[in-house]
Design a protein around this ligand. Structure first.
Ligand SMILES: Nc1ncnc2c1ncn2[C@@H]1O[C@H](COP(=O)(O)OP(=O)(O)OP(=O)(O)O)[C@@H](O)[C@H]1O
Length: 241
């Protein structure tokens, strides 16, 4: 569903992502972890067609992000780490605006808005301007707006930050449902316990380079993901010194 091949992205002299190769299949929940500044957000933005890149290729369901970004965007939901939404719109106007962009028919958009707004208990707040929303409410609105066009691939940057425990639980349930229907999910997180319990696969990057990837059980072995992560980080520092 998502194929990242030898992706390299530089900012000036800084190689933020360095020859990254990852394949995320249908039905998979794939965690992307790494230290602050490792290159996760940069790689994610390249996958979503928000940032251009220097080398490599990215394919969404076989379509090149470089050559056909619009076709790819139709299949993707991107939930950013910081929900910078249009503050002057009400929640419902924001959702309709996003549905218009994706050309979602009236009946489908109404059904989806009702389903997800009820689920995240945001229905009674939809008439309020986004400027009056808390961080968690904005995060929920961003999630609902991401799901409004029934995407096949969901890409999320730190999706659990700011969500209350019930909303985190609901999001995890939605992620499972999405993958059970044949969709795919790629998301970054610093919450290793969540990654460990939720994900089929995991990739760890350090300074833009992939240091390990694969099935969660294989990567973890008999240890916790936290221990494996800390050991790999340490070993990588020693090897690169
Ligand atoms: N717009 C930018 N201009 C210049 N350098 C940038 C820019 N965005 C990110 N970087 C640099 O690219 C590298 C990777 O940053 P990125 O935000 O992708 O990391 P991250 O893994 O998402 O970090 P975090 O976990 O802190 O969110 C860092 O060295 C960062 O300073």
């Amino acid at each position: 569903m998502l194929r990242i091949e030898n992706l390299t992205k530089t900012y000036g002299d800084n190689k933020a992502v360095d020859s990254l190769t990852l394949h995320i299949g249908r039905g998979e929940i794939y965690a992307f972890i790494g230290h602050n500044g490792a290159g996760k957000t940069t790689a994610i933005k390249c996958c979503c067609g928000i940032l251009g890149f220097d080398e490599g290729e990215i394919f969404v369901d076989g379509v090149s992000v470089r050559e056909n970004p619009l076709e790819c965007k139709k299949k993707i939901a991107y939930i950013p780490d910081n929900p910078n939404l249009y503050e002057f719109l009400s929640g419902i106007k924001y959702l309709n605006f996003i549905a218009d962009i994706y050309g979602v028919p009236q009946k489908e958009r109404e059904e989806r808005i009702k389903k997800y707004a009820d689920l995240f208990e945001l229905t009674s707040d939809l008439a309020q301007p986004v400027s009056a929303y808390s961080h968690g409410m904005k995060q929920k609105l961003a999630i609902i707006s991401g799901l409004i066009h029934a995407p096949e691939l969901i890409i999320m940057d730190e999706p659990f930050v700011g969500l209350d425990p019930k909303s985190s639980y609901l999001l995890k349930e939605l992620m499972h449902e999405h993958c059970d229907r044949g969709g795919a999910i790629f998301f970054s997180t610093h919450i290793l316990e969540v990654a460990e319990k939720l994900c089929d696969k995991v990739a760890i990057i350090k300074k833009g380079k992939l240091i390990v990837s694969g099935n969660m059980e294989e990567v973890r072995g008999t240890e916790s993901l936290e221990n494996v992560f800390l050991e790999l980080e340490e070993a990588h520092v020693k090897n690169t010194n």
